[in-house]
Design a protein around this ligand. Structure first.
Ligand code: ATP
Ligand code: MG
Length: 352
């Protein structure tokens, strides 16, 4: 399996190096033959090549079996004419990675902030609010006056259908419960269509138990009784906010792994940002990106019919849980290890 690795900004290079170490270990143990090919994106690429994403990276990404993208400094990249492209948006759009799969679960060792749970947020990734700021705020044109800004949200039948299908398929492989998260009482047309389509899609899976919850209410339900949820499907912005909550409830944002996937390509990417406040200190939690990489291995294994990749993904998750359970983890989850040491503790559990 050939993976293009893009370290990114802030804590990106640190957690990417940690993830590569774990992948090399798991590759040896499960004979995966992983080839990791690293290229610069974000500030490193801007300094070297005058653009945050070189166009040739798209061909390399398409030729590879998967992508790992470290967090990037999204907020810094404002002017595309100066080569400041948002790498995350670029790959999601150009590779049509419409589904963002964000699992969250509790671990042994009582680092979670609420009761036990094991759920997945399925976030639509290509439309809705902040899929594309050029659209949502008209590339700056929608500043009506100095004091008034309009932001637009586009919702389409096609995108609702495909995200609903992914969520139902995932729920069928898990505990067969689907929760549709929406705000159709206010956003009657956009979220109304999303809700209708999710219900209609779910109706084709008679074994699924389906419910719907308003996005504001779901925050309360997830805190009060997270164990009742299995798969939650949401439009872009709601899914983003909800998955920060579920990651933190599981112990830390630094545990939030994610896979961006479409019909042909997939990209592992932590659910959180570049965490500039802790960058360069060697203390960031690498688990988010390590679990994201495990999701990528699983995706590849299922797609290509190679069970050893699926086994490798399970082994990584088991090793992560065991390390956390024994307190061999970074500070954000109550441990005392640095980024590299936390990764080494996981890798050690994957040997032989
Ligand atoms: P973005 O807009 O890119 O999502 P953000 O402003 O939401 O960025 P994050 O980078 O997601 O910020 O970080 C939010 C908080 O969580 C910060 O205090 C950061 O230090 C912490 N954090 C994020 N990722 C990790 C991690 N892997 N390990 C430890 N702490 C983290
Ligand atoms: Mg964030």
């Amino acid at each position: 399996m050939h993976i293009v690795v893009l370290p990114g900004d802030g804590i990106g290079p640190e957690i990417t190096a940690a993830t590569s170490e774990v992948l090399s270990t798991v590759s040896e143990r499960f004979q995966l033959g992983l080839v990791l090919e690293e290229h610069a994106v974000g500030h490193a690429s801007l300094a070297q090549f005058g653009t945050t994403v070189r166009p040739e990276l798209l061909d390399l990404a398409k030729a590879a079996d998967g992508l790992i993208l470290g967090p990037t400094a999204t907020f810094d990249f404002k002017d595309e004419a100066r080569g400041e492209i948002n790498p995350s948006r670029y790959f999601r759009k150009t590779l049509d990675l419409f589904a963002n799969i964000r699992p969250a679960r509790t671990y042994p060792g009582r680092i979670n902030r609420v009761g036990e749970f094991d759920l997945v947020v399925v976030r639509e990734n290509t439309e809705g609010f902040y899929a594309d700021r050029n659209m949502e705020e008209g590339n700056g044109e929608l500043r009506v006056t100095q004091d008034v800004v309009i932001s637009l949200r586009r919702i389409t039948r096609q995108c609702c259908e495909r995200i609903a299908e992914v969520a139902c398929g995932l729920a069928m492989k898990r505990r067969k419960r689907l929760t549709i998260v929406h705000k159709a009482n206010v956003l009657r047309m956009g979220d109304g269509m999303f809700l209708d389509i999710c219900k209609a899609t779910a109706a084709r899976y008679p074994e699924l138990a389906v419910d719907e919850v308003l996005v504001d209410a779901v925050m309360a339900h997830v805190v009060r009784d997270p164990g009742r949820f299995d798969v939650l499907v949401a439009t872009n912005m709601f899914g983003d906010i909800l998955s920060d909550l579920t990651a933190e409830l599981s112990g830390s944002l630094g545990l939030g792994g994610a896979l961006n996937m479409g019909t042909r390509y997939a990209m592992a990417q932590a659910a959180h940002g570049s965490a500039p406040d802790i960058a360069g200190q060697g203390i960031a939690n690498p688990v988010s990106l390590i679990l994201s990489a495990a999701l990528l291995l699983d995706w590849h294994g299922v797609r290509s019919g190679q069970p050893r990749f699926v086994s490798a993904a399970v082994a990584i998750e088991t090793a992560v849980a065991a390390a956390i359970g024994q307190g061999q983890a970074t500070r954000d989850v109550g441990g005392a290890l640095g980024t590299a040491e936390a990764a080494a503790a996981i890798a050690a559990r994957l040997q032989t």
